[in-house]
Design a protein around this ligand. Structure first.
Ligand code: G1P
Length: 299
């Protein structure tokens, strides 16, 4: 079977999740709009996609998420005011973040039926070409953007790719876990995939980190709407069929940077400190404040 290794132009961002782990912060504000330093989490992930050469950004949103759409649009009054006040740098930064007109699409997932269902909602916008998928909770931080490493690898492998990284064994039941031909290789062939394996049954400690390159045939499999782990329509189940029933190549790219799970409070707080400490304008004062807090007697 031959598979096209065509260019990855479009990326899907599933942003319909309710964010129950962050209530009450996420009652009226989508969790994707919570900020890591001064950029919303979703902006960081869009930055990664853009740095990887993505040209079209597809957001699968839901009720109460309209502000994400506003975030990626012109804010006319604000731009006017910044221009009037001569705040050229701020204005240029805002404009640089904007997707080009016509290169952002929004579609709604009408019910929270699972990640597989959210991805399926993007089928008409993606059409018949391979695409990237980025889960916005997971911030991937490293010298090279994770998706760029994957797109580079895809030129050689074609087919489907997922980013993986090791997790402590007592956490494997929280993720999709893969088995690979050689866990020490940067790019290895996937031999097994299982969504949220029961404790003690994971094929390895390599988890699916939330970055994917997928072939469009995944949509026909997702259309079956079969429920998996947790009663949800799981993306991993259709990826398994893509690999086994359709015999498509599946590779894992090991991400060697740091991953912050911003869907968890600790991950989110840590990301704020880590990203803050990398900012030349903030690092010295932030470090002093952290040291002061750490030295404070605990009650
Ligand atoms: C999803 C995927 C899982 C992956 C995880 C990464 O799970 O189904 O395979 O490991 O994202 O965050 P969720 O976090 O939606 O339960």
């Amino acid at each position: 079977m031959t598979l096209k290794t065509s260019r990855i132009r479009k990326a899907v961002f599933p942003v319909a999740g309710l964010g129950t782990r962050f209530l009450p912060a996420t009652k009226a504000v989508p969790k994707e709009m919570l900020t890591v330093v001064d950029r919303p989490v979703i902006q960081h992930v869009v930055d990664e996609a853009r740095a990887a050469g993505i040209e079209h950004f597809v957001f699968v949103t839901g009720r109460g998420k309209a502000v994400i759409e506003d975030h990626f649009d012109i804010q006319y009054e604000l731009e006017r005011t910044l221009a009037d006040r001569g705040k050229t740098k701020e204005l240029e930064a805002l404009i640089a973040d904007l997707p080009v007109a016509g290169q952002a699409s929004f579609t709604r997932q009408q019910a929270p039926l699972g990640l597989g269902h959210a991805v399926w909602c993007a089928r008409d916008i993606i059409g018949d070409e391979p695409f990237a998928l980025l889960l916005p909770d997971m911030l991937h931080h490293g010298p090279t953007p994770c998706l760029k490493e994957m797109i580079d690898a895809h030129r050689a492998t074609g087919g489907n790719l997922i980013a993986v990284a090791p997790v402590p064994e007592d956490q494997t039941h929280q993720y999709g876990i893969v088995g690979v031909t050689d866990a020490d290789e940067k790019v290895a062939r996937v031999t097994q995939m299982v969504e949220k394996p029961a404790k003690g049954t994971a094929p390895s400690n390599l988890h699916i980190t939330g970055r994917y390159i997928l072939q469009p045939e995944i949509f026909d499999l997702l259309a079956r709407q079969e429920k998996g782990a947790g009663g949800e329509i799981q993306l991993t189940d259709s990826m398994i069929r893509l690999m086994t029933d359709l015999d498509q190549p599946f590779h894992a790219v090991r991400f060697d940077g740091t991953i912050y799970d911003c869907g968890s409070k600790i991950g989110f707080l840590t990301a704020n400190i880590a990203y803050g400490l990398e900012r030349a304008d903030l690092a010295p004062a932030l470090k002093t404040e952290i040291e002061r807090l750490m030295a404070r007697p605990r009650s």
